[in-house]
Design a protein around this ligand. Sequence first.
Ligand code: GAP
Length: 483
Amino acid sequence: MNKPADIFPKVISHAKEYGYVFPSSEIYDGLGAIYDYGQYGVELKNNIKAYWWKAMVQMNENIVGLDSAIFMAPKIWKASGHVDNFSDPLIDNKDSKRRYRADVLLEDKIQQYQKKGKTDKAAELETAMGKCLTENDLAGLKNLILEHEIVDETGSKNWTDVRQFNLMFSTQMGALAEGSEETYLRPETAQGIFVNFLNVQKTSRQKIPFGIAQIGKAFRNEIVARQFLFRMREFEQMEMQYFVRPNAEIEWYNYWKEKRMNWHLSLGIPAENYRFHDHAKLAHYANAACDIEYEFPFGFKEVEGIHSRTDFDLSRHQEFSGKKLQYFDPELNQNYVPFVVETSIGADRMFLLILCNAYTEEVLEDQSTRVVLKLPPVLAPIKVALLPLMKKDGLPEKARAIFDDLRFQFHCQYDEKDAIGKRYRRQDAIGTPYCITIDHQSLEDDTVTIRFRDTMEQKRIPINGILAIVKEELNEEKMLRGI
Ligand code: GAP
């Protein structure tokens, strides 16, 4: 089920043409790696977030939600290590003046070796790169780029030295006269969870193990923002911090690895398009970490991270704030700083994954091409389209009456413009899983035709049976039970 690489430009133009994603500030020629979600995009993104929230908060009695502010005390970023460590190795090409991440250039080379079956070379390079990253050996990274004859997009091998570049956006808070202070746009939502750990634990009366989940914007001044929604400078994260006893973290890390993979698979995305990837370089806060990777049209790439963050963050906040961030464990009769297992997924990256997985071109019997977004129905922006066969004889009124009833349950769309075939194509292109056609027979016997998007199969059903059929087809309960 792998999608060919050349499908990617089509996905991008389809997303724009059908109101999913627009380049931000487009009439001013856009802004690098910032995107706006259109009328269907916002629905799909909201549905992704709602499905994640349900799986995390609604289905787990010991996980509660939070919505912390984007701006936080600047000292938080010193404590978390982001001021000193949150940087990427940057390299410029002297001829083309293009800027790259040294580690991404090397990862692309590893993938090229793998594709050509040169697995030994790929493994050797991966190990060498991991060593350089762990040891912060920037000269070593450059040597690898030269040794493996990596060229930029213009074919040039003329590289500068590698240097570190901090990814946080900074700004001033308060009027200058009052003595403004430099602060940062948060680069991850997790720190808002850590600094609220005791507030939430005490007010929710949760006992360890328990989790705090949050969805919110994060900002990173990415060196190379590319591949559409994959690497943005303003994006949204869906993060969950799970607080556990010291020494229990690896057990919970394995538990969440499996749970999170099950969440992805519950959406019906083929398992062969996913894999786990253990980190070659552990972040400054982690004692185990892996990515859930998906095979995008441009290769296997991270969509979610699972990290065992030890007690690093809470201990550092305890140290920098001077406030105790400890939990009294009644069973052990002991105070301790909990350890944390984190699951962190990008809402936009998940959106891109869903679009890439859904985009399908089918050649029909009449040799025409049908472009259809085979979205998981539970995520589709519009669940049901009501289509009167004709604009007369009372059919629009009948269709509108069904629409007015059904929209209390699902997001529906009423459409009477153009021939029925053209309307079906429009709904296929935005990914509507069920189309209901109302014809003259509907006036006589209160039946309609339901058409299923993926198979184009059509069935005659009673009007009062639509709700039950669509609910059963959406199948959200079964999906959540399977996680
Ligand atoms: N709190 C841990 C953390 O932020 P991360 O691996 O840096 O970990 C987690 O980010 C997830 O956020 C990634 O797996 C990815 O889905 C998403 N993400 C990170 N940077 C992104 C970017 N520039 N654009 C879009 N999504 C991004």
